[in-house]
Design a protein. Structure first.
Length: 337
């Protein structure tokens, strides 16, 4: 197991008559195999969440959480006391908004691949039902990890080594848009830094310009696009940044002109390393869209061959319809003849 858990505390956040209430656990959880498995699942679920934002602690915002976290790291404050202070701040922020957020507030200090993290997540409860051996209905409550929306993770290692980088904290932007994201940033005392979507789009532009300049044929371009996408997708899964050096190694295997030199010469506004937005980089290998009751998606390599677009008539011609779609269409026409 690659996860090593140091500390874990879980509190409960409830809401009655628009007033947030907190129920504090009295001590830290004992670390055992069950805890390690739980945090590993939580870590991978968090890494897999799309559309995360990146930020850093700001001196212009409430610094209670960052100060308490730093005191814990300096051995001036116990982990439980840090979580207690942070939970009080969360209560104050929740009372400012109409969010009906309840659930278990998880604080965990752990290591993954030689990196120190503190993960803070509010996890909702989901009811599950089953039938007993006596054929009675039984209900149980489970942590709904896969659908967590309020969570942030502080990269303590980057906070120490790159405090001015403004992206050592990542957070889930939330299902309700900017208001939820802003609320969690206020709770942490952060300001948003690097934009993964913007950086991913600049990277795509640079890659396409590089492929054009190298004069690869269509098949070679499609192959390299797929390799770049696979690399970026691996970064998303692992929670790591993409970096120019690795991109250059992927793109420049059969060229004497490294991508790394090309991107510097052209002056792209792209960091040496950056968090990847999966939805943005997916356009490198796939076209998709929906509207007016129609949803279409296909691999980019098929454009101009199996899929032909006519801009003048605004039509898309598909040669070789997917078998399951073809079967549905044939049955529909047979039933209506």
């Amino acid at each position: 197991m690659s996860i090593a858990v140091n500390k874990l505390v879980v509190h409960y956040v409830d809401k009655h008559d628009e007033d947030t209430q907190i129920h504090l656990r009295e001590d830290e959880m004992q670390i055992n195999d069950k805890v390690n498995v739980f945090i590993e699942q939580l870590h991978h679920a968090y890494n897999g969440k799309p559309g995360k934002g990146y930020c850093a602690f700001s001196g212009e915002k409430n610094s209670q959480v960052s100060a308490a976290m730093q005191s814990y790291r300096n051995n001036e404050l116990g982990f439980w006391h840090f979580t207690q202070q942070a939970t009080e701040v969360l209560k104050e922020e929740l009372n400012k908004y109409a969010f009906n957020e309840v659930g278990y507030l998880v604080f965990c200090h752990y290591q993954y691949v030689a990196t120190d993290y503190v993960l803070i997540a509010l996890i909702n409860i989901k009811e599950h039902y089953s039938i007993t051996s006596e054929l009675d209905l039984s209900a149980s409550r489970h942590l709904d990890i896969s659908r967590m929306q309020l969570a942030a993770r502080v990269d303590l290692t980057a906070w120490d080594t790159q405090p001015d980088d403004a992206r050592y904290i990542s957070f889930i932007k939330g299902r309700a848009g900017r208001k939820v994201a802003d609320f969690f940033l206020d709770f942490l005392g952060c300001e948003e830094g690097i934009d993964p979507k913007q950086q991913s789009q600049v990277m795509l532009n640079a890659v396409e310009d590089y492929l054009s300049e190298q004069q690869y044929n269509k098949q070679e371009k499609d192959t390299l696009r797929k390799e770049v996408f696979d690399y970026c997708n691996d970064c998303v899964v692992s929670g790591e940044d993409a970096n120019i050096e690795s991109l250059s190694q992927t793109l420049s295997k059969s060229s004497d002109a490294p991508f790394e030199d090309f991107y510097k010469e052209q002056g792209y506004d792209l960091a040496e390393s950056f968090p990847v937005d999966k939805k943005t980089v997916s356009t490198m290998v796939k076209f998709s869209g929906l509207g007016g009751g129609v949803s279409v998606g296909f691999e980019r390599k098929h454009l101009g061959e199996r899929v032909v677009y006519d801009a003048r008539s605004d039509t898309l011609t598909i040669k070789g319809i997917p078998p399951n779609l073809k079967d549905q269409l044939q049955r529909f026409y047979e039933e209506n003849e």
